[in-house]
Design a protein around this ligand. Structure first.
Ligand SMILES: Cc1cc2nc3c(=O)[nH]c(=O)nc-3n(C[C@H](O)[C@H](O)[C@H](O)COP(=O)(O)O)c2cc1C
Length: 189
């Protein structure tokens, strides 16, 4: 059995969060197929803190899919900490911080994968979220920004030092984006 913090999972199968795909219905199906843990797609911390109704919809979960992890993204420690608290208040059993998204609109704000280039920000965000979050905290990273900046060990050390309960690694570089679509075109997300 896998245990993350005080949350026991019935097995080691964790569904990867996928923006635009892993909605409630998808998660429930994956859960019924046997997953030990399902995760929301990434939710904007800024959107939650600004009270955007549409952003709050991403937090909705069915009782049947628990334990549910809510993934948040952002660049500001205080905003991320507040967003984590909101997610927990709305039923998140775990909180996951996105530090791997390569989408232009995310990295240009210093969020997602861009954080791997800024260890100080990583430190500030994990510390702030940890301090405001009563459930197990996980951090999802990539191997680094690029092969020249493969700093996953440094980021892992920071996550551990700041009290993260688990680290999830997508072992590609941020610059690699996503796997090619079947058409052969790069997804460019
Ligand atoms: C369409 C799509 C959307 C994704 N969205 C997210 C996301 O919101 N948050 C995240 O941490 N990872 C996201 N990912 C990355 C996946 O969670 C996973 O780490 C990645 O696809 C590696 O697994 P693979 O090699 O089996 O594709 C996404 C991947 C895909 C293909």
């Amino acid at each position: 059995m896998l245990k993350i913090g005080n949350v026991s999972l019935k097995n080691r199968f964790v569904m990867a969060p996928m923006a635009g795909i892993t909605n409630q219905a998808f998660r429930l199906i994956v859960k019924r197929l046997g997953a030990g843990l399902v995760v929301t797609e990434m939710v904007s911390a800024e959107g939650l803190c600004r009270g955007h109704e549409k952003t709050f919809r991403y937090l909705r979960g069915f009782p049947g899919e628990r334990p549910l992890s809510v993934q948040i993204f952002g660049a500001d420690p205080e905003t991320m900490a507040r967003a984590a608290k909101m997610a927990v208040e709305r039923g998140a059993d775990l909180v996951d911080i996105n530090m791997g998204c390569p989408a232009r609109k995310v990295v240009r704000n210093g969020s997602g994968g861009a954080l791997l280039r800024n260890p100080e920000a990583v430190y500030g965000i994990i510390r702030a979220v940890r301090g405001n979050c009563t459930v197990p905290l996980t951090v999802k990273i990539r191997a680094g920004w690029s092969p020249e900046e493969a700093n996953f060990m440094e980021i892992a050390g920071i996550a551990e030092e700041c009290g993260a309960d688990a680290l999830i690694v997508h072992p590609r570089f941020v610059k690699q984006g996503f796997p090619e679509r079947r058409t052969g075109a790069s997804s460019g997300r």
